[in-house]
Design a protein around this ligand. Sequence first.
Ligand SMILES: [Zn+2]
Length: 119
Amino acid sequence: MLDLSRASRRALREKRTVAVMVRMYCRAKHGTKKHLCEHCRRLVEYANKRVDKCPFIERKPTCAKCTVHCFEKSKREEIRHVMRHSGPRMLLRHPLLAIFHAADGRRKAAPAAHRSHSR
Ligand SMILES: [Zn+2]
C-alpha cells in the first residue's frame, strides 16, 4: 500500500485523471449528479484495469495517446471522446492534474527495462 515508487504514483495519477475526466463527461453528457451512470462506471473500471496491467506505466504517454493500444478499439474511442470533452475543462477545475496530464501526454511509450537514454 505504501509503495510510492515512481510507477505506482504514476498509475495513481493516471487513474485519478481518468476518474475526474469521466465524471465531468458523464455529468455533462448523461445528466448524472453524484454517481456515474452504469456505462461510464464500467469505462473507468476498464481503464483502471488496463493501467494496472500496463508494463509502460512509469514512462508512458497518457492512455489516449499511447502507442501500445492496450485498450480495445471501442473503449479507446470512448476515452478519446471523454478527453476531448473534459481536457479543456480540467484545466480550470483541476489545474495541477491537467498539467501533469499534459506532461505525461508528451512522453513516448517505452518499456521500463529499455530506458537506456532516460534522464
Ligand atoms: Zn455516463
